[in-house]
Write a protein that binds this ligand. Structure first.
Ligand SMILES: *Cc1c(COP(=O)(O)O)cnc(C)c1O
Length: 232
């Protein structure tokens, strides 16, 4: 077993423990291995340990990796901010996009999704902690955006995504995840058919699971610390 395989085993054990504590079935929590900053060989090690869903944040970095791994049947999640000049590449090469935060971007992704592929699975990103620097729509705008995204022919709206601010000392780390779940509940009460809350990273996955998150995005705990800084 490689280091990455062992790390994956530890992450899976954390998921099982946190699900036990929250009285949730472990199958109710999916795992995206966030491979940004890591090489194709590292991804192959994770695949060998049974992981098939991977997350990337930078189109330029991701496309050659996806190409080099096209011998494997993997599920690729674009988790970075979506720039309008990247919608064609994202729509052509990924299975999921998590950072939809305005209608114009969603429309471009739908327009660019190739006809031969199934609809692009999408999450609307919400700036749940209200940080000035963060992408994501305001919680108060999420319903209107989701209702519009749900009508686009080549996107399949699955739910909400967020990158909450790390909890400050003395703050409950679950608060942001709970607000996200409440917002998700309000969307469903409006008739939207949603099944995904994408949130929870290496540091806060237990709090995320306790508050109902369904899809974790874990990088560091699987691949190790990222020292290479990549950007577009
Ligand atoms: C990098 C990244 C992650 C993974 O974070 P870790 O702390 O390494 O687990 C998750 N989500 C997004 C949007 C990211 O950019």
């Amino acid at each position: 077993m490689t280091g990455i395989g062992e790390n994956l085993g530890r992450v899976r054990a954390r998921i099982v423990d946190a699900c036990g504590a929250a009285q949730r079935p472990p199958e109710s929590v999916g795992l995206i291995a966030v491979s940004k900053g890591f090489a194709v060989a590292d991804i192959r090690q994770a695949v060998a340990a049974g992981q098939f869903a991977f997350g990337e944040s930078y189109v330029q970095e991701a496309l050659p990796k996806i190409e080099q791994l096209s011998d494997l049947k993997l599920e690729w999640h674009f988790i970075g901010p979506v720039q309008s000049n990247k919608t064609r590449d994202i729509a052509s090469h990924f299975n999921w996009v998590h950072g939809v935060d305005r209608l114009k971007i969603a429309q471009r992704l739908s327009d660019h999704r190739p006809a031969g592929l199934p609809p692009l699975q999408a999450c609307v990103q919400v700036n749940i902690s209200g940080e000035a620097s963060k992408s994501g729509c305001k919680p108060g705008d999420a319903l209107e955006l989701c209702l519009a995204v749900a009508t686009l022919p080549r996107l399949h709206l699955r739910g909400l995504m967020s990158v909450p601010a790390p909890a400050q000392a003395g703050e409950n780390p679950g608060t942001a995840f709970r607000r996200l779940r409440e917002l998700f509940g309000r969307m469903r009460a409006q008739g939207l058919v949603l099944d995904t809350i994408s949130a929870g990273m290496s540091e806060d996955m237990e709090a995320a699971i306790a508050e109902g998150v369904t899809l974790l995005r874990i990088g560091t705990a699987i691949f190790g610390e990222r020292n290479r800084q990549t950007s577009e």
